[in-house]
Ligand binder design. Sequence first.
Ligand SMILES: O=P(O)(O)OC[C@H]1O[C@H](OP(=O)(O)OP(=O)(O)O)[C@H](O)[C@@H]1O
Ligand SMILES: NC(=O)CC[C@H](N)C(=O)O
Ligand code: SF4
Ligand SMILES: [Mg+2]
Length: 475
Amino acid sequence: MDSAEAKHKCGVFGVWGSPQAAHLCYTALYAQQHRGQESAGIATNEAGQLRAHAGMGLVPEVFNERILSQLKGTAGIGHNRYSTTGSSRSCNAQPLMREYIGGQVALGHNGNLVNADLLREHYEQRGHMFQTSTDTEVILVLLASHHLSHDDPVVATLQHLQGAYSLVFLFDDRIEAVRDPWGWRPLVLGETTEGAPMVASETVAFDALGARFIREVEPGEIVTLSDRGVESRRFAESQTPAHCIFEHVYFANPSSQLFGETVQIVREKMGAKLAEEAPVDADYVVPMPDSGRSAALGYAVASGIPYREGIVPNRYVGRTFIQPTQSQRRTAVQLKLNVIDEIVRDKRIIVVDDSIVRGTTTRGKMAQLRKAGPKEIHLRISCPPIRHPCYFGIDFPDRTKLIAHNRTQEEIAEFLGVDSMHYLSLDGMLSCVNRPADNYCTACWSGQYRISPDRPVNKLDLERNQLRMFTDTST
Ligand SMILES: O=P(O)(O)OC[C@H]1O[C@H](OP(=O)(O)OP(=O)(O)O)[C@H](O)[C@@H]1O
Ligand SMILES: NC(=O)CC[C@H](N)C(=O)O
Ligand code: SF4
Ligand SMILES: [Mg+2]
C-alpha cells in the first residue's frame, strides 16, 4: 500500500425538521459525490432515537429505497468519505455513531486533524479502545470525556483540535455544525422551501434539493439546528482564514458558491490569467476533462484560440485523482478518456488542465494524445507546481511522490512528453480570487503552513492491526 497516494476531502450534510430527512441526505450526498467516492453514510434521528447506515462505495451503491425507508426520522446527517487519515475500509465509513454518557451521537467530518495521533495516544495510554483508524474518532472520545466536566462539552472538545474540520454532529435533540477557526474547508447554511434548516459542504447540495443558500458557517462558529430553529455561538476568536484554494482549483463543483464566489468563474479567471502568463501560438485549446474544462474555456476566450473538445470522457468513470490506489487510478484513466483523432491530428494544441499531483495520470493522458498525431502539445496548468504535502484534508503527504518535487518545469515537460508546459504562478492564482491573498492556504505550493504539525503526519498513523471484514478494501 502506498501511503503517499493523493486524495481529497469529504462531503458533509445535515438537515433538521423535515419528514423526508433520509431522502434529503441521500440527494445531498449524491450532489456532493465528487467530494468522496470511497464510502457514504447517513444517520437519522426519530424522536431522539438515532439510526445509521454506512458502507463502502458510491452513494447509490450504499443506499436503496429499502434502506432509506428504515432510516426514519425528521433529522439526519450524511457523509461522503475520501480517506485522509485511516485506510479506505468499512470501519472508517462515516458518520461514526456512538452511545456515551451524554446519550447517542453521530458525527461526520470533512478535513484532517494534525494532532489526532497525539490525542489518540493520550487516550490509548488511559485504556481507551478505538474502533477505527480515522482522526475523526478522537473527536467523539474527547466529547465523551468532557461531558461531565464541562457546561459546553462540544466547545471543550473543539478547543483540543488542531487542523481542518468542518463537522456535523447529530444528537438526540439537535444538530451542531462546526467550522474550524481557519475555515479550511467549506461549510454552508441553507433551508428548504418549507423552512427546514440545513448545512452542507457545498451549495450544490442545496441546489439539488431546491433549497435556499443563506450564508457560510463562519470560521470558529457553531451553528445549532433544532426545534428552536437556527442558533449560533462562537468557540474561537476570529483570525486570518486559511481557506483551501485547491477547492477552487480542482475539488469543488463548478456551480458551488465557495468562500464567497462561484467556482466556475474563478476557474475561468485562472485560465484567462494562464493565457496571459503563458501564451503560445496554436490551432486549438483542448480541455482535459473533467475539471480542466473551466480553465480551458477561460484560456480560449482570453487568447482568442478556438476551444475544441478533442478529448472526451466516459461519463460513468468518476474522478481518478481521488481513487484510493495507484492501479485503480491507472485503469480509470484508460477507460475514462478517448482522444478524437480527427480533431487533434497534425494540429498544434494547447491542453489545459487544473493541476498535476503525481503526474502519473497526466503522463498516461499525454501518451494517449500523442498517439493521435498532433503536431505540437503545449500543456498549461491552472495552478502552480505542487511541491509540499497537505495535512489538512488532501492526501498527498509524501513530497517525493509529487512530480514537481526536485524537478524543473523543463524536466516535468520531458517526463510528460510534451513540447512545452507552464504552470500558473502563485500570484496569478491568488489574483483570481476575491478575498485578500492571506485569507487562503497555499501550503502545498508555497510551503508556508498556517499551522505545522508537532509530529510528522501520515495517513496511516492511526492504523492498528484491527479486525477486518472480508469485504474491506485494503488501501
Ligand atoms: O497528478 P496526476 O496523477 O497526473 O493527476 C492529475 C489529474 O487528476 C485530476 O483529475 P481527475 O481525473 O481526478 O478528476 P476530474 O474528472 O474531476 O478532472 C486533476 O484534475 C488532473 O487532471
Ligand atoms: N477527506 C476528509 O475530509 C476525510 C475526513 C477524515 N479525516 C477521514 O479520513 O475520514
Ligand atoms: S495545503 Fe494545499 S490542498 Fe492542503 S489545504 Fe492548503 S491549499 Fe488546500
Ligand atoms: Mg482532472
